[in-house]
Design a protein around this ligand. Structure first.
Ligand code: SER
Length: 318
């Protein structure tokens, strides 16, 4: 049985992944960690062991890994794209120095490591449609820079030291439990809350801007499937393109209108976020993930929208 440490366990992915992993591997075998406690996350903090851990503190990380005899680190602590542009130094510190600490401790303590990369690892010179697995990567955000460098660093620790590193390039993630922490794709979560609360939404992303997206249950499947994938079948390791759908604001609005016909979409475009969105692909080619470890998402835009609106209606008590 694995002994897993999840960093960033109270974030958008971590809060759901920790609970999923606890179901599979047992509550005592999944240690949740975060740089601080957060209200509203009692389920994650109390259903198993919880440690206060900032991944920029390598000594503390090493202490936690040794204390719990960790053999797998799922490193979800990161600063996202929009927040990263406001404070690039912090994005570098958490995303790069933090990842370096994770990989170093993994090397010393023989752990395997899962780290997500992102659609942000691509830039304006990348082919925008059906973006290949292996292609030009010249992102122009600090978040993107740390994601490309992170992919390379994970490759390096695998080839140089034999650390079992794995990862996927996640698209925008949509979920109803925990809000995302300041990214460019966040509009695709906000729109559902506003559709239910006010029947209207002003999008900070412009009409016609397509980005890859995925419903959280599929993202959790991607992470757990790749974690358990047969290493002999893996040609790539740290940066599998994965996607489930690609849409622009008007398309998600049309899907919402099938459930809430009176829903209205308007635009209040944020220049900085729009520039980031335009630098990212319209759609990814995820053939390598499908071939090497059986990636096969379950939700498309309509089925996700139906489920999101049902679950949020209950959550918001509407
Ligand atoms: N959802 C992330 C962001 O928008 C992309 O990885 O920053």
């Amino acid at each position: 049985m694995r002994k897993i440490l999840v960093t960033g366990a109270l974030g958008q992915i971590g809060s759901e992944l920790t609970m999923g992993l606890r179901k599979t591997y047992g509550n005592d075998n999944v240690i949740a960690s975060s740089r601080s406690k957060k209200e509203g996350h009692e389920k994650v903090m109390e259903s198993g062991i919880f440690e206060i851990l900032n991944i920029t503190d390598g000594e503390r990380l090493s202490e936690v890994v040794k204390k719990h005899k960790i053999d797998t680190i799922v490193n979800l602590a990161a600063v996202l794209s929009v927040v990263g542009e406001k404070n690039p130094a912090r994005a570098w510190d958490v995303n790069m120095n933090g990842l370096y600490n994770v990989l170093e401790v993994a090397r010393q303590e023989s752990c395997s490591v899962f780290t997500p990369s992102s659609i942000a690892a691509f830039g304006l010179s990348t082919p925008q449609d059906n973006t290949p697995q292996d292609t030009i990567q010249r992102p122009n955000t600090m978040y993107g820079v740390t994601k490309v460098a992170g992919e390379l660093l994970c490759d390096y620790y695998y080839t140089k030291f034999g650390v079992d590193t794995r990862g996927v390039r996640l698209p925008g993630l949509i979920s109803y439990q925990t809000l995302p922490g300041g990214g460019t794709t966040d509009y695709a979560v906000e729109i559902y809350y506003e559709a239910l609360k006010n029947k209207k939404y002003a999008s900070f992303i412009a009409e016609g801007t397509k980005m890859d997206m995925m419903y959280m249950p599929d993202a959790l499947d991607a992470i757990t499937q790749l974690l358990e994938a047969n290493p002999d079948k893996l040609i790539h390791r740290n940066a599998f393109n994965v996607t489930a759908m690609s849409f622009a604001p008007e398309e998600i609005a049309a899907a919402i209108r099938k459930v809430i016909p009176e829903f209205e979409l308007s635009y209040d475009v944020d220049k900085e976020k729009q520039a980031i969105a335009e630098s990212w692909p319209n759609s990814l080619d995820d053939t390598a993930a499908r071939e090497e470890w059986g990636w096969n998402p379950k939700y498309d835009l309509d089925s996700m929208t139906k489920d999101m609106l049902e679950k949020l209606t209950i959550k918001l008590g509407i």
